[in-house]
Design a binder for this molecule. Structure first.
Ligand SMILES: NC(=O)c1ccc[n+]([C@@H]2O[C@H](COP(=O)([O-])OP(=O)(O)OC[C@H]3O[C@@H](n4cnc5c(N)ncnc54)[C@H](OP(=O)(O)O)[C@@H]3O)[C@@H](O)[C@H]2O)c1
Length: 247
């Protein structure tokens, strides 16, 4: 399958690099300085969007939502189009792109390491082929379109919230006298180990396993409950969801 990517920015490049070992990829960006970068990456660059549209089987759209209007009048020839434009519904895409079968996705940045999560809603008869293509970049979640905002809050914003927890762990270690690098390494290794444990036990079982009677963990957990930290974290995800809905 020949794939054309429109927009060679952060995400377009991540998709191209993640897919190039499996598919024939060609990209186009209106910023022609991206040509050199694409060629250095070993990716073919089309000098015109029309040539790209004519020569591929599937198009991945990775331009900013506000640039959608620049596609008006182009001929998509009834091809498959995968859009990752945040907050841009299928009905809005159809206002600008009339003659394509549309799939809407919401990837997170971890697609760079092929460990992304990708929300997926498709109106294309070839949706299973498209889903398999995306599975090279991470885990694909087929959703009703109305759930994209919730997906954006958990999967899209989630990495920044988890990074805040890592930062809090590192700063706490420094406060208690640990070297900043040791403290960071310890936070990361603890999270990696916790992810393995969470594959074997659910959250409640793990909390009970780590909490000895009258011990250090229950003392910290008491503070989490007393300060409403869990509620504050939930509120942060819900705020991200509400913001996504309002865009
Ligand atoms: N970054 C993320 O973590 C993330 C996560 C999920 C979804 N997304 C979505 O992914 C999309 C791309 O985001 P990004 O961060 O990769 O943006 P980006 O780095 O700004 O890349 C977009 C590229 O597309 C080019 N472009 C604009 N209009 C074009 C056109 N008509 N034809 C060809 N190229 C065009 C831009 O050129 P100029 O710079 O010259 O305008 C730019 O090089 C966005 O819709 C965003 O909502 C991003």
């Amino acid at each position: 399958m020949r794939i054309g990517i429109i927009g060679y920015g952060n995400m377009g490049r991540a998709f191209a690099l993640g897919l190039k070992d499996h598919y024939d990829i060609i990209v186009f960006d209106k910023d022609t300085s991206k040509k050199e970068l694409a060629l250095q990456d070993g990716i073919g660059f089309s000098n015109s969007i029309e040539f790209l549209l004519d020569s591929v089987d599937l198009i991945i759209l990775s331009i900013k939502p506000q640039d959608l209007t620049s596609l008006k009048g182009l001929n998509f020839n009834g091809k498959s189009l995968v859009s990752m434009l945040a907050g841009t519904s299928v009905s809005r895409l159809k206002e600008h792109i009339k003659d394509a079968y549309i799939t809407r996705i919401m990837p997170n940045l971890a697609v760079i390491y092929k460990k992304g999560v990708i929300g997926f809603y498709s109106e294309d008869a070839k949706k299973e082929v498209i889903k398999s293509m995306l599975e090279h970049l991470g885990r694909v979640y087929e959703l009703e379109e109305k759930h994209f905002d919730a997906f954006t809050a958990i999967g899209g914003s989630g990495p920044a919230f988890v990074a805040s927890i890592v930062e809090a762990m590192r700063l706490s270690g420094i406060y208690m006298g640990l070297n900043k690098d040791v403290s960071y390494d310890l936070a990361m290794a603890t999270i990696e180990g916790t992810l393995e444990l969470l594959k074997a036990f659910n959250e409640e079982e793990l909390i009970l396993k780590v909490s000895s009677p009258g011990g250090t963990t229950i003392e910290g957990l008491f503070n989490i409950e007393k300060t409403g930290l869990r509620g504050a974290l939930m509120e942060s995800f819900i705020k991200a969801y509400q913001k996504s809905k309002s865009l």
